[in-house]
Design a protein around this ligand. Structure first.
Ligand code: ZN
Length: 289
């Protein structure tokens, strides 16, 4: 990094903190906040390109679902061992009006049960911890399905222990035709992770809740985006909504984002470090008790 850029970043950093320290906030987080928990961010600079399975592929036939669940079966074992990092842990102290996450890893919920319990956490794309039946719509815990997959595919995970991890609980695995996929125990229907796939829409009530919180920032609030490149419209639309209403947007992300042009401040720093500093500032800020 050049000295000139370093100086600019220092100024922006201080100004962004000053803006954020005692105003109502809506915080939108993405994969970048979970990288410090060991969950890789496939959109960050230098990451290999990747094509996640679309909803249309998932429902297109049994081979695609076999491919999905075999990979997910391995990925789950790794994601299951991830724990919240400092960035997740300080969110309760930052005390946003609403925390919106694009992440499906459940780490915000683990770190901030207070926010989740008071309805101030929206998992925009769902959670990999839940499974839904596409026929009877019953939602069940993923860990139960994991046990059934272990039972149906004894020794399978051990035989594929050295494949590469991917951010949403997926792995770089190609040979999946011998994997046995369990069906819904109630109706025999197709089981799908209760997460929003590419090609699928975020449930309307979830979007409405987020839009309402962004709109309520008008006048004094700020939208803070942490660790997202805003590549998908499901998150970017909140930035557009805020910018149109004259609500300042601060983006903290390593690498370019789709919202850079709409941001009052764009900081290329680590999210854990920034959120920790912000939490300290808000705890000692003049405007807050
Ligand atoms: Zn069912």
């Amino acid at each position: 990094m050049t000295l000139a850029l370093g100086a600019t970043t220092q100024d922006s950093y201080a100004a962004a903190l000053a803006l954020l320290q005692d105003r109502p906030l809506v915080v939108l987080t993405g994969a970048g906040v979970s990288t410090d928990s060991g969950i890789p961010d496939y959109r960050s600079p230098g990451s290999p390109a990747r094509q996640p399975m679309t909803y249309q592929q998932f429902i297109s036939g049994p081979q695609e679902r076999q491919r999905y669940w075999a990979r997910s079966h391995l990925g789950w074992r790794r994601m299951g061992s991830a724990v919240p990092n400092a960035g997740h842990r300080v969110l309760t102290r930052i005390d946003p009006e609403l925390l919106i996450t694009q992440n499906v890893d459940g780490l915000h919920e683990q770190a901030s049960p207070e926010l989740a319990g008071s309805g101030r956490l929206v998992t925009l794309h769902g959670r990999v911890a839940d499974v839904i039946c596409l026929s009877c719509r019953t939602v069940s815990p993923r860990r139960d399905l994991q046990e059934r997959m272990e039972a149906f595919n004894a020794g399978w995970a051990e035989a594929h222990a050295d494949v590469e991890s991917r951010p949403d609980g997926d792995v770089a695995l190609e040979e999946t035709q011998d994997f046995v996929v369990p069906d819904c125990e109630i109706c025999g229907g197709i089981l799908k992770p209760d997460v929003v796939f590419f090609g699928e829409n975020v449930p309307k009530d979830r979007v409405a809740r987020c839009m309402e919180a962004v709109d309520a920032l008008a006048g004094e609030g700020v939208l803070l985006v942490a660790g997202s490149s805003l590549a998908v419209m499901s998150g970017y639309r909140f930035v557009r909504r805020a910018a149109k209403a004259g609500i300042p947007v601060v983006i903290v992300n390593r690498g370019a984002t789709r919202g850079d042009g709409e941001a009052a401040y764009k900081l290329e720093v680590g999210t854990s470090e920034f959120l920790t500093t912000l939490a300290q500032r808000r705890a000692s800020g003049s405007g807050r008790a």
